[in-house]
Unconditional design. Structure first.
Length: 182
């Protein structure tokens, strides 16, 4: 069709800056060897001067701690006296109920507690034991139901309720165990 060449190629336009083998060796040196020294220098700068941390990984106590079982059982003292409502409130409930966080009724705020008090003690206790809205079951604590009930009464009474504090159940009669042994 046409004998026109649209562009002429200049041989010098496609040559790089490496023209001799010596230049090639220098380019390889600067491209690969120098970065290795830079990385080694950074590692030396960042790494601690003493290597006592590495040997501390292999002490007997460190190894024992790493291979320890995940779950543990802690036995609570069954003979301890139950906490009062105020003690449970200060230990567990005060974080949210003192500041009114996440919609929790503030301690002593009669207007906020009035609709809750109308539902009755059993409903309030159920909400505390099972959780409600953002509140976790038992308020996230490790108290027994009696202690949670006492805390509910303490907070509700401060908000205008007239609930009686739950009493600890009477200890089981030792006569039943004694008569079984005869």
């Amino acid at each position: 069709m046409s004998d026109k060449h649209y562009a002429t190629v200049d041989d010098k336009a496609h040559t790089g800056f490496i023209k001799t083998p010596k230049q090639l060796m220098l380019a390889v040196f600067f491209a690969f060897v120098i970065p290795i020294f830079v990385i080694a220098g950074i590692v030396h700068y960042v790494a601690p001067a003493d290597n006592s941390g590495a040997s501390a990984l292999y002490t007997e106590s460190a190894v024992t701690a790493r291979i320890e079982k995940v779950g543990q059982i802690e036995l609570a003292d069954a003979n301890r006296a139950p906490k009062t409502g105020e003690e449970v409130f200060k230990a567990q409930c005060t974080t949210c109920h003192s500041a009114g966080l996440l919609g929790a009724p503030k301690f002593g705020d009669a207007a906020a507690w009035a609709p809750r008090i109308k539902t009755g003690f059993d409903s309030l206790l159920n909400s505390a034991l099972k959780g409600k809205n953002a509140m976790t079951p038992q308020g996230g604590g490790s108290f027994d139901n009696l202690e949670i009930g006492r805390a509910v009464v303490y907070m509700a009474n401060a908000g205008g309720a007239k609930f009686d504090e739950p009493k600890a159940p009477a200890a089981a009669a030792p006569t039943a165990a004694a008569s079984a042994g005869k």
